[in-house]
Design a protein around this ligand. Structure first.
Ligand code: AMP
Length: 214
C-alpha cells in the first residue's frame, strides 16, 4: 500500500509516519530528512537546498522531484512506500503521478492531517531545545524544570525555526503552495481528511481507521 501524508508544519507528520511504516512494513520517504542528510554531508544538492531551507522556503521542484524519483525505484519500494513531506506543490504531485504511471502504479491514499493555524503556532512556538543534550521540551505540554534550564542543567534555546514569525512564514508557504494539493487529490478520489487535534495516539487511531489498518 502506498500512503502520502500531507499537513502543515507541526501537524505531527513525522510521528505518524513512524507508526505508519511499522504497520505498512514499507519504507518512509521523507524529503525533509533526505535534504537535511544531503546538507549535512555537504553534497552539491545539499548546498543548493541549504539557502532555501534556511529561509523557510521550498526547495525548487526539480531538485526534490529528482531525489524522490530515484528513491521510488529502489527495490524496497516495490511493495509500497510512505511519503512524508512530498509532494508539497501541484507540479510535484503531477511529477509523482507521471513517475508512478511509468511503472503502472498510481497514488492510492493521501492522508491530510488538519490542524488550525493557531494550534500550530501554539505547538511550535512553545518548543525549547537544550543546547547541551539536545532534548526538546515544550513550555506548556512537556515543561522543563524551569523555562530556561534543562534537566541536565544545560541552557534552553528558542530555535529560530520555532519562533512565531518563522512559523507564520512557513504556514503561509503551506497555504499558498501545499494546501491546493488537498483539492487535487480530492478530485482523484484518494483524499482522506483526518483531524490532527488531541494526543498523537488519538490522531494515529483516526488515521489507522481511515486506512483500515490495525
Ligand atoms: P520538513 O522536514 O518536511 O518540514 O522539510 C524541511 C524543509 O525542507 C522545508 O522547509 C523545505 O525547505 C525543504 N523541503 C522538504 N520537502 C520538500 C519538498 N517536497 N519540496 C520542497 N522543499 C522541501
Amino acid at each position: 500500500m502506498d500512503v502520502i501524508l500531507i499537513g502543515p508544519p507541526g501537524a505531527g507528520k513525522g510521528t505518524q509516519a513512524r507508526w505508519l511504516v511499522e504497520a505498512l512494513r514499507a519504507p518512509q520517504i521523507s524529503t525533509g530528512d533526505m535534504l537535511r542528510a544531503a546538507r549535512k554531508a555537504g553534497t552539491e544538492l545539499g548546498r543548493k537546498a541549504d539557502t532555501f531551507m534556511n529561509a523557510g522556503k521550498l526547495v525548487p521542484d526539480e531538485v526534490v522531484v529528482g531525489l524522490v524519483a530515484e528513491r521510488l525505484h529502489a527495490p524496497d519500494c516495490a511493495g509500497g512506500f510512505l511519503l512524508d513531506g512530498f509532494p508539497r506543490t501541484i507540479p510535484q504531485a503531477q511529477a509523482l503521478d507521471a513517475e508512478l504511471a511509468r511503472h503502472g502504479r498510481k497514488v492510492q491514499s493521501v492522508v491530510a492531517i488538519e490542524v488550525p493555524d493557531e494550534a500550530i503556532v501554539r505547538r511550535l512556538s512553545g518548543r525549547r531545545t537544550c543546547g547541551t543534550c539536545n532534548r526538546i521540551w515544550h513550555l506548556e505540554f512537556d515543561p522543563p524544570p524551569s523555562p530556561a534550564t534543562c534537566s541536565c542543567g544545560g541552557a534552553l534555546v528558542h530555535r529560530d525555526d520555532d519562533k512565531e514569525a518563522t512559523i507564520r512564514n512557513r504556514l503561509k508557504v503551506y497555504h499558498d503552495q501545499t494546501s491546493p494539493l488537498a483539492e487535487y487529490y480530492e478530485r482523484q478520489g484518494v483524499l482522506r481528511r483526518v483531524a490532527g487535534d488531541g494526543k498523537p495516539e488519538e490522531v494515529r487511531g483516526r488515521i489507522f481507521k481511515e486506512l483500515g489498518l490495525r
